[in-house]
Design a protein around this ligand. Structure first.
Ligand SMILES: NC(=O)c1ccc[n+]([C@@H]2O[C@H](COP(=O)([O-])OP(=O)(O)OC[C@H]3O[C@@H](n4cnc5c(N)ncnc54)[C@H](OP(=O)(O)O)[C@@H]3O)[C@@H](O)[C@H]2O)c1
Length: 296
């Protein structure tokens, strides 16, 4: 069993720590908002006051926070993760953030601490995590990947090494744009069926059993019949990933026309006061444009 650290105990971080504790690992954790750690401490997690202390206590330290700015906040400065790293330790960031920053951070970790960093973003949600089905993409040193692979497999069944530092976050961004694009295409189909006189419920049932039924559509499609009160991945978080994709597309000269279009739906959702909902609220935005009342 490994001696692990975890920085960032939000929805995803907490789910990860639960699985790591259940697998028998020692986990020392911290979070900006301490109250979120309480249920994990009850399960056996050791609390540390700062990211630095987490990194000092652990052999492998993970972080999973909102975005590039949040990763900067937990890694830099006298109480940041880097201040607690040393040669022989591994730092694994699971956040979805800028590939360029991730790569630069890995260089900084190596130069300033002698430790190694990997980027290991996650495909899945809090529910996928609970089901033990989340998968990982990993960027960085291949030997370090082999070291952390058994730990990742205690969280979910698949971990892919996709290249050097920063490549895994690029891969993750490439995956995530399809979530929103698929949700928009699905919503268009449901609304077209609905305005043709087919009930929304029946349209969802037919479409989730048709050739377009990807795991994403099977999982989120039924949300158009009633969105979860608590977002699994809200519009602001999804727009962060879409903007990362658009930025990368501009840098690499890859046009992303459907990503750019669905990105506007995230702004529209917020403009309509629906931004706190799961991004599946795209359906309601489109419904309003089509003159269909969803009651929200
Ligand atoms: N939710 C999903 O389905 C999902 C799936 C795959 C990947 N992801 C990615 O996972 C990451 C975390 O997502 P989440 O759903 O767990 O979000 P979340 O529940 O909102 O948690 C965000 C975490 O980041 C911390 N944080 C934010 N800004 C910070 C700052 N400036 N300094 C220190 N800590 C800061 C928060 O601390 P506080 O508790 O103090 O606010 C919290 O621990 C994101 O990059 C997201 O894109 C999410």
């Amino acid at each position: 069993m490994a001696n692990l650290g975890y920085v960032g105990l939000g929805a995803m971080g907490s789910g990860m720590v639960k699985r790591l504790l259940a697998a028998g690992h020692t986990v020392t954790g911290t979070n900006r908002t301490r109250s979120k750690a309480a249920p994990l401490v009850e399960l056996g997690m050791r609390w540390a006051d700062t990211p630095r202390q987490v990194a000092q206590a652990a052999d492998i330290v993970f972080s999973m926070v909102t975005n590039t700015g949040a990763v900067e906040a937990v890694t830099q400065g006298p109480d940041g993760i880097l201040a607690g790293l040393a040669p022989g330790k591994l730092y694994v960031d699971m956040s979805t953030m800028s590939p360029d920053y991730s790569k630069a951070l890995a260089d900084q970790v190596a130069a300033e601490t002698g430790a190694k960093m990997l980027d290991a973003p996650v495909s899945g949600s809090t529910i996928t995590l609970e089901q033990g089905k989340a998968s990982f993409m990993v960027g960085g040193d291949a030997g370090a990947f082999e070291t952390i692979k058994p730990v990742l497999l205690d969280i979910g069944p698949k971990a892919f090494h996709v290249g050097e530092n920063g490549k895994a976050v690029a891969m993750k961004i490439a995956v995530n744009l399809s979530l929103a694009v698929q949700m928009l295409a699905f919503s268009e189909g449901v609304l077209l069926a609905e305005k043709s006189g087919i009930s929304r419920q029946q349209a969802v049932e037919v479409m989730t059993n048709s050739v377009i039924a990807s795991p994403m559509v099977i999982y989120r499609g039924p949300f158009v019949l009633g969105h979860p009160e608590e977002a699994l991945f809200d519009c602001t978080m999804m727009q962060k990933d879409l903007n990362l994709a658009i930025e990368l597309g501009q840098k690499l000269n890859v046009p992303l026309p459907t990503t750019a279009a669905v990105n506007e739906y995230m702004s529209a959702a917020r403009g309509m006061g629906l931004g706190h909902y799961d991004f599946s609220i795209i359906f309601d935005v489109l419904a309003r444009m089509a003159g269909v009342d969803t009651g929200r």
